[in-house]
Design a protein around this ligand. Structure first.
Ligand code: 8ID
Ligand code: ZN
Length: 366
């Protein structure tokens, strides 16, 4: 599909737009053609109106629609949190704050963390996603499955100059999340990272960031298509979790000693139990995938004796997003995606549930 919306110095803002919504958890989706657009005069301090051009579809959007998690989202909801587009209008600055450095026409990204207070201890330490006042795109506020989204000046991510918007979209959740998760493992160059869920949206980027950061990658997922996709990034160690003993396979590939880290991006629970069995002493289990009702069963004795580190990693902060995009813009990480129309969202969810997607689906919101 051809991009028809570009950077402009001003945008004609319509009263209504296309959007995909649902009013009830796991209820039907509605392809709206006259969903209201927040008008410039109605933007509150700190808010920005973004003309969304592309949006990725993350498994988190599916979890939200299915009601998989012990958190309540806004209803009715416009989901989506991997949006790329242009600043269309900038609301007034927050009381006492400098005006935003953003300009109308700037290429920006909408990520899961839409806003945070930037004053609390969590924000000051760079754990912005843990801020008690955090707002999440496509969950607590409407997200990127629409053409004109309200987001926040402080958290919109500037996109690298000339970086294609469709390639940027998946970096804004999948990319930043896995990049941050790999950093959390605190590894040394050449150490072994296992990535269960490697063929999905997060996973296909995780294997590339891990390689770009100097680690040896063992990918786990299922099926010839995903194996082929991963081979295209130079990943030669692939384990099909549907076939045979995953723990033995990792141990065989690591001379019997196991891996230095597992970055679990699988949306199923089984991958966590397996990871604890193939980690070597001081190995890190980085928890990223969020299966419904998932528990990690770690034996206390072996956790202590092996000094295993079990770490939850939740998206990334503003700087992580900038770094993740810069690495991709430098050509070290490529998003593999298929573009479909915004109205295809319900069908994308069906295919995501069936685990048949390779890489990411990016929806065209033009
Ligand atoms: O901040 C966070 N922690 C964060 C951010 C973004 C997404 C967490 N997530 C979560 C999502 O909510 C979801 O639970 O990460 C998970 C993966 O999201 P995704 O990459 O968007 O999902 P996907 O494209 O459907 O890929 C999932 C892959 O996991 C594989 C599947 O075959 C698929 O390719 N998989 C499964 I399910 N079980 C597996 C297993 N046992 C497995 N791969 C290996 N071993
Ligand atoms: Zn996401």
């Amino acid at each position: 599909m051809v991009q028809t919306i570009f950077s402009q110095t001003s945008y004609e803002i319509p009263l209504t737009q296309k959007a995909v919504t649902f009013a009830k958890t796991h209820g039907p989706h509605t392809i709206e053609t006259a969903w209201p657009v927040t008008q410039p005069k109605d933007l509150k301090p700190g808010e920005v109106l973004v003309r969304v051009v592309y949006t990725g579809v993350c498994h988190t959007d599916l979890h939200a629609w299915l009601g998989d998690w012990p958190l309540e989202n806004k209803l009715p909801l416009v989901g989506g949190h991997e949006g790329s587009g242009y600043v269309a209008f900038i609301g007034p600055p927050l009381a006492g704050a400098e005006p935003s450095t953003l300009k109308v026409g700037d290429a920006v990204g909408i990520k899961w963390l839409a806003d945070s207070c930037l004053h609390c201890e969590e924000c000051n330490k760079g754990y912005e996603s843990s801020c008690a006042k955090a707002q999440n795109s496509g969950f607590s506020i409407d997200g990127s499955f629409q053409q004109w989204a309200v987001s926040y000046a402080a958290h919109l991510t500037p996109l690298p100059a000339g970086f294609p918007l469709e390639a940027a979209a998946p970096i804004l959740c999948a990319g930043v999340t896995v990049y941050k998760a790999i950093k959390e493992a605190a590894l040394l160059s050449g150490e072994v990272v296992v990535i269960p869920g490697a063929g999905g949206g997060l996973g296909h980027l995780a294997v590339q960031y891990a390689k770009a950061m100097g680690y040896r990658v063992i990918a786990i997922d299922s099926g010839a298509e995903k194996e082929k996709l991963l081979a295209s990034y130079g990943v030669t160690d692939f384990i099909d979790y549907m076939k045979g003993d995953v723990v033995k396979a990792v141990n065989d590939l690591t001379g019997g000693v196991g891996a230095h880290a597992a970055i679990v991006v699988a949306s199923g629970a089984q991958a966590y139990e397996q990871a604890l069995q193939y980690l070597r002493p001081h190995g890190a289990l980085i928890c990223v995938g969020m299966p419904p009702n998932g528990d990690i069963k770690a034996n206390v004795f072996w956790t202590v004796v092996k000094s295993h580190r079990i770490i939850g990693s939740y998206v990334g902060n503003r700087q992580d997003a900038i770094e993740a995009l810069d690495i991709a813009a430098a050509g070290k990480v490529h998003t593999t995606f298929t573009i479909e129309d915004l109205s295809a969202l319900p069908s994308v969810f069906e295919r995501m549930k069936a685990l048949t997607l390779n890489g990411r689906i990016v929806l065209d919101c033009q």
